[in-house]
Design a protein around this ligand. Sequence first.
Ligand code: NDP
Length: 322
Amino acid sequence: MPKKALITGISGQDGSYLARFLLAKGYDVVGSSRGKGPASSFPNLERLGIANQVAVESVSLADRQSVVQAVKKHAPDEIYNLAGQSSVGLSFEQPFETIESITVATLNLLEAIRVLQMPIRLFNAGSGDCFGNTGGKPADENTPFRPQSPYGAARAAAFWEVSSYREAYNIFACSGILFNHESPLRPDRFVTRKIVRTACRIAKGSPEKLNLGNIDVQRDWGWAPEYVEAMWLMLQQQAPEDYIIATGETHPLEDFVQAVFASLNLDWQEHVNQNPDLLRPTDVLISRANPAKAANKLNWKAKYMMPDVADMLVQAELKLIS
Ligand code: NDP
């Protein structure tokens, strides 16, 4: 019998790549979405050419009954919890939706597994934003959380839900504390996508400027398709544990901008405006990760670092608009 996986948020960046990854491993894949309609109506699944190989079910993850019904109906071996409002910036404008779609939804999945008493393994998408500012020190699995946004707070609460259900009810549940990872499937509201799209339009002759907020922030940027393998590996271990998933390299946003424009043979300084209206109420200044545990125990290491990611995003965007 093939293994069955339920992916919440299958329409998103990671959900789509994970679905492709699991299908290639022979899994039956079913996904959940807030939307209705066949998988073919989800552009990321279409783009990866897998829309006709997965089933997508409309589930309201903030509604406990809806979650219990979906888990009971599909009886998956593994659940990957990738749904939720995923933008830090937007979480300041939509704090309630952020908490509901992350913290309440994760609790509902854990409750469903507990109440149904099924031997389901759960992966939960955690976030490097749980750490807040670490004073430039690399965060590892023992670094305390000090989130600085509704998004980080929602993810931190969900992390502790997973941890306490694992301990209290012996559920195989774990969180991957994911640092930023990008791909051509990233939605437009994310700064990396905005930078790449605008730079490509400028390279094609558009006279516009690229407006950015704080370009001094520093982040760890990886390549999404390889992060989904780490999620799967976490559920194949003997014991459920939490892992930092990151490249281990941190770069200022300015360097990312420079790398993108350089890929297009442009000087970024001629095309970028800094706009104070785009500053967030608070921001993590330096996000730095130590992914050594994932390397040692999962044998997982990011192959693509920020300059590769910037270049691959530019090449994909040029293909899309040509
Ligand atoms: P996406 O935003 O691409 O996908 C998340 C999916 O969740 C969406 O496709 C959407 O599916 C669903 N969703 C969005 N908003 C809501 C909402 N308000 N309520 C309920 N569901 C919602 O995220 P990624 O694929 O990039 O990330 C996957 C998970 O990993 C996310 O939970 C994210 O927070 C987390 N993460 C991602 C990082 C990254 O760098 N990409 C870093 C750290 C953590 P639909 O509309 O079909 O319901």
